[in-house]
Design a protein around this ligand. Structure first.
Ligand SMILES: Nc1ncnc2c1ncn2[C@@H]1O[C@H](COP(=O)(O)OP(=O)(O)OP(=O)(O)O)[C@@H](O)[C@H]1O
Ligand SMILES: [Mg+2]
Length: 404
């Protein structure tokens, strides 16, 4: 063979699924907290009323997430580990209007590829449940398992076949705190669901199901009462901002709690938090860092959730508009601090010029897509409803069973 012939021989091949899943795991499964995030999001999408999470050695030894959601029938259990197998979207267009926390069909196969995994699941009224055992992405067996409706996912020996990743893990205490943080975020966004967390067999917290954000914040942080939180509930155009912010006179330098949710999804976005901080302007000392719990609701088409492997970031079509809105919401809430001191309906912000066309402020209404979409099997959980006396409680308790 001439050197030239060797050069033109095709060299590209499509990787087998188990290799592709291992690659995806490298992005999706960074540490135990990312596994917990994915499994709890699945439980919430399944309409869980109670989510129980237990970990050992910071999740490095074991992670177990149990829910009382809708469960899976045997056929679904067998395909849920396939790459891009999902019950949550069907068509590319669905990506523009995502109502669930998951949508890629990537999390379970990724976790399974790098651990020893057991899933037990049952659907109410469908007879015996099923248990599926998987080792490093390969199915070891499936059998009947008597259990109540819901799903339990048990993950052991995370990164058993990716020793380099395992070496990057931090001490058990650090990983446990990261798991706690993830659970706090998801719990804030889902006050209608009870969250129980234990570590090494000992209870860490048990957050009862409640109706609103203040109760949930108070259940998570005992010092929240003293923090002086005031409700935030504003709207402008199709945008809504709910949640709570700290009274300026209570804001201190140093550590602060700041959580942002966009359409009920926990996200990181330094720009929006900085904009909210600007809303405090001269009311706080320059280095003071107020607590912020911001629930931003934006209409369909304004935000893309499909931009980050861990779904921890979103991209806005018009970022400037979001930041201006966040800043104005905080500023006007602080200006009317006495009248804002109850948890109520969103109030329209003063009119501003937005991209040249002032919208008069009051119009927009609820923000975000509303109502069930045609052709869905299940009742969509939908975007957060208008705040119900909770100053922007992000996500309603599941209406019946919201099973995706
Ligand atoms: N706890 C659960 N209860 C019921 N069904 C579940 C549960 N966990 C997973 N499933 C089913 O398995 C499917 C695959 O889950 P997986 O997390 O891999 O993908 P996804 O949630 O659809 O998308 P993403 O990868 O973005 O999380 C889900 O679409 C859902 O149908
Ligand atoms: Mg998922």
């Amino acid at each position: 063979m001439t050197p030239r012939a060797a050069a033109v021989r095709p060299r590209i091949r499509v990787l087998p699924d188990h290799v592709a899943n291992r690659i995806a795991a490298g992005e999706v499964v960074e540490r135990p907290a990312s596994v917990v995030k994915e499994l709890v999001e699945n439980a919430l999408d399944a309409g869980a009323g109670v989510v129980r999470v237990s970990i050992e050695r910071g999740g490095k030894g074991r992670i177990r997430v149990a829910d009382d959601g809708c469960g899976m029938v045997r056929e679904d259990l067998l395909v849920c580990l396939d790459r891009h197998a999902t019950s949550k979207i069907r068509r590319a267009e669905d990506l523009r209007d995502i109502h669930t926390l998951g949508f890629r069909g990537e999390a379970l196969p990724s976790i399974a590829a790098v651990s020893r995994l057991v899933i037990e699941t049952a659907v109410a009224g469908e007879g015996a449940g099923s248990r599926l055992r998987v080792l490093a992405g390969r199915i070891q067996g499936v059998e009947d398992a008597a259990r109540r409706a819901g799903t339990t996912v048990d993950v052991r020996n995370l990164f058993l076949n990716t020793p380099v990743r395992a070496r990057f893990l931090r001490a058990a205490g650090v990983e446990t705190r990261a798991v706690s943080e993830v659970l706090h975020s998801l719990a804030l966004a889902n006050p209608g669901t009870r969250f129980v967390f234990e570590s090494n067999g000992r209870p860490v917290f048990d957050l009862p199901a409640g109706r609103d954000l203040p109760a949930r914040i108070g259940a998570i942080w005992k010092d929240a009462d003293a923090a002086g939180l005031i409700p935030l509930a504003t709207q402008r155009g199709g945008l809504r901002l709910g949640g709570a912010v700290q009274r300026p006179d209570r804001a201190r330098p140093g550590f602060r709690r700041a959580h942002l949710f966009v359409n009920a999804r926990p996200v990181r976005d330094a720009g929006i938090l900085a904009a909210a901080d600007r809303g405090y302007r001269t009311t706080v000392a320059e280095n003071a860092r107020p607590w912020l719990f911001l629930f931003l609701t934006v209409p369909r088409g304004e935000v893309d959730a499909n931009v980050h492997p861990g779904k921890a970031e979103v991209r806005f079509r018009d970022r400037r508009r979001m930041e201006d809105f966040a800043e104005a919401s905080v500023r006007e809430t602080l200006e009317g601090i006495e009248s804002a001191a109850t948890w109520g309906e969103p109030r329209p912000l003063r009119a501003v010029r937005e991209g040249g066309k002032g919208d008069g402020g009051a119009g927009g209404g609820a923000g975000g897509p509303a109502g069930p979409r045609p052709g869905r099997r299940h009742q969509p959980r939908g975007p957060p409803p208008p705040p119900r006396g909770g100053g922007g409680t992000p996500r309603a308790p599941p209406p019946g069973r919201g099973c995706f």
